[in-house]
Write a protein that binds this ligand. Structure first.
Ligand SMILES: *[C@@H]1O[C@H](CO)[C@@H](O)[C@H](O)[C@H]1NC(C)=O
Ligand SMILES: *[C@@H]1O[C@H](CO)[C@@H](O)[C@H](O)[C@H]1NC(C)=O
Ligand SMILES: *[C@@H]1O[C@H](CO)[C@@H](O)[C@H](O)[C@H]1NC(C)=O
Ligand SMILES: *[C@@H]1O[C@H](CO)[C@@H](O)[C@H](O)[C@H]1NC(C)=O
Length: 418
């Protein structure tokens, strides 16, 4: 059986021999000249919502594919490789969120997917990139495998500009020489835990690549070692580096530690209890919060209980649960107990926005639910993914420095979306 690293090596060598990726000695890290622009306040980076018309898989299928890669790769690890989970970039999504990121000096703008479920930042998926005076190959190769494809290429040290005044020097990023599944974007801005980069680099297979957030913190660019993420239903969003944006949430942020249960704990993982109609459908289970998953995925047992409680039927065309207007009228809140605080998705927050029904293969006026089956039985250590449909209703804080995850209500928490 192939081990993870020998598989990675084979892919790299195969691609390297056909694409001429240079394998060289790493350049020495140049000492940064200092004088970084210090920021005293959090820095916002707006992002844009994309609807992907070329998507082939059904929405729940695509999310399950991502779930299985997150889960399967983690399962393959031996105990001493516990952190060696391969990254799973968000791709093949119906809806994805991209930010404009400047790379190099002078910076060229690229459109990168924002992903809390992976931690490599790379670009070059859509044609040639622009080398600049600051482009400096490290001599390492990288490769990231995911559900139904991959990216491979080499690593560079570059300047990365996330926002005016937030330019990170000596950031190690990947430049793709081959990739699959990134038609609408140039690459990924991976902002999950840096440990997820272990096993993606070659020959330094055990090395970890600090993320843009880690480097921004180390270079004194942030006022706090954290990021705040705001999505809204049917709108664009904003990610805040170095703090939270109080104009984006209401009330207090409540924090919980990253769960120690693996594999969820390798990601932005939490524990939660999920209830519907007075019934606990998932009890104190571990799972993840993920900007690269569109829906709310639940372990099969919990999903089946939810399906029975709502009376929904599985719609073959969209792959989603569907309810009649009468059933919708009877629906209850879906509750999430996280760290002693209760969050809820109202019935309106449990349905797919009808304006986007046709994009997912549904009927214009159908009522489709955003809760889908993860395909795994409960008790696996990855029993749910709170995807974008959850994050569109709650503000998310990933406190990298303290390994905490925070949530707050927003003006969208109880709003009705058509
Ligand atoms: C990406 O583009 C290629 C070539 O244009 C096309 O064959 C492929 O189906 C597209 N894939 C996706 C997922 O959009
Ligand atoms: C790059 O994007 C930033 C932020 O969107 C913008 O302010 C800047 O003008 C862009 N630069 C170029 C060269 O397009
Ligand atoms: C926020 O937290 C403070 C201090 O713990 C508390 O006094 C206040 O009532 C809380 N506000 C809300 C809206 O929960
Ligand atoms: C989190 O959930 C897992 C089950 O998925 C459980 O084993 C663990 O004890 C829980 N952790 C806490 C702190 O409750």
């Amino acid at each position: 059986m192939l081990t993870r690293s020998s598989l990675l090596l084979q892919v790299l060598l195969l691609l390297g021999s056909t694409t001429g990726i240079p394998i060289g000695t790493p350049d020495l890290l140049s000492t940064a000249p200092g004088g970084y622009l210090l920021q005293s306040s959090p820095i916002p980076l707006p992002f844009t919502r994309l609807i992907n018309p070329n998507r082939k898989a059904q929405l729940p299928q695509a999310d399950r594919q991502r779930f299985q890669s997150l889960y399967g790769n983690a399962q393959g690890s031996t105990p001493d490789q516990e952190a060696a989970v391969f990254n799973v970039p968000s791709t093949f999504q119906v809806v994805s969120y991209v930010a404009t990121v400047g790379i190099g000096n002078p910076p060229t703008n690229y459109s990168l997917l924002i992903d809390t479920g992976s931690s490599n930042t790379w670009y070059g998926a859509n044609g040639p990139t622009v080398p600049t005076g600051t482009t400096s190959p490290t001599g390492e190769l990288f490769s990231v495998m995911y559900g139904s494809g991959f990216v491979t290429g080499f690593l560079l040290e570059e300047e990365v500009t996330l926002a005016p005044g937030l330019t990170i020097k000596d950031q190690i990023i990947g430049i793709a020489t081959a990739s699959n599944g990134f038609n609408d974007t140039d690459g990924i801005l991976g902002i999950g835990p840096a440990d997820l980069t272990r096993g993606t680099m070659f020959p330094n297979i055990d090395g970890i690549i600090p993320t843009v957030v880690d480097n921004a913190q180390n270079q004194g660019l942030l006022s706090a070692y954290e990021i705040g993420i705001y999505f809204a239903p049917a709108e664009n969003g904003e990610i805040t580096f170095g703090g939270t944006d109080p104009t984006r949430y209401t009330g207090n942020i409540s924090y919980v530690p990253i769960t120690s249960t693996k594999p969820a704990g390798n990601f932005v993982g939490i524990n939660q209890t999920v209830s519907y109609g007075g019934v606990e459908i998932l009890h104190n289970a571990a799972g993840i919060v993920d900007t690269g998953t569109t829906l709310l995925l639940l372990a099969t047992d919990a999903f089946n209980m939810y399906k029975a409680q709502t009376g929904a039927t599985l719609d073959e065309r969209s792959g989603l649960l569907k309810v009649t207007p009468e059933q919708f009228g009877q629906m209850n809140n879906l509750y999430f107990d996280i760290g002693g605080r209760r969050y809820e998705l109202t019935p309106n927050a449990q349905i797919w926005p009808r304006t986007l029904n046709e994009e997912i293969g549904g009927d214009k006026d159908g009522i489709y639910l955003v809760v889908a089956d993860s395909g795994n039985a409960a008790g696996s250590g990855l029993d749910f993914i709170d995807g974008m449909v959850f994050l569109e209703r709650y503000y998310l804080v990933y406190d990298v420095g303290n390994s905490l995850v925070g949530f707050a209500t927003t003006t969208n928490t109880y709003s009705n979306v058509i």
